[in-house]
Design a protein around this ligand. Sequence first.
Ligand code: SAM
Length: 204
Amino acid sequence: MTDFNAVAASWDDDPAKVLRARQVAEAVRAAAQLTPATSVLEYGCGTGLLGLSLAPHVARVTLADSSDGMLEVLGRKLAGGAAPNARALKLDLTHQPLPPDRYDLVCSLMTLHHVHDLDRVLPLLRAALVPGGTLCVADLDAEDGSFHGPGAGVHHGFDRAALGARLRAAGFGEPAFSTVHQIERVVDGATRRFDVFLAVARAA
Ligand SMILES: C[S@@+](CC[C@H](N)C(=O)[O-])C[C@H]1O[C@@H](n2cnc3c(N)ncnc32)[C@H](O)[C@@H]1O
């Protein structure tokens, strides 16, 4: 398992992660028809790279994560005035209940492959949306496990059709998938490219 507390302080030092979040934010903006009235929940926000990119275009953003280290880095950004309409929230839906607020958009980036109990969490993300609200999930396409390496204990990306079926079972309409980014990683001395999809689904 990745120790996100240990990597939080240097997370934003990687320009590839910053670029990834920027590209995904553009794709989310294109897909989700954001307005100055839109409320957003980012689940698994890390240091807030995605949600803080969306914040200037919406009414309010809740940035949720289970890692104290990530939330500490994010908290420093918010204290420095990064986004007056954003707030941080410690939240792990694998064992906590859903807070009462409801959102027009729920988004996540590179988080769901770390969430084992997706069949518990996906319906909660659906329940976090207002009727007709939008889910935007960006994550790895199915891969052979080399993205994290042996023993990482994560999902090896997601098969689009299989994830689509899980989303429908969780109460979403038919998701639309597109490829929005590629991550380059050196695996066994060779550069590999891993596709990142964006799945967009409405709360049915
Ligand atoms: C690969 S990082 C991505 C962070 C951020 N979205 C980004 O793209 O820079 C995955 C994030 O998901 C968070 N996370 C993992 N499992 C989680 C869970 N069950 N509930 C909430 N957050 C979780 C981690 O703490 C971490 O910040």
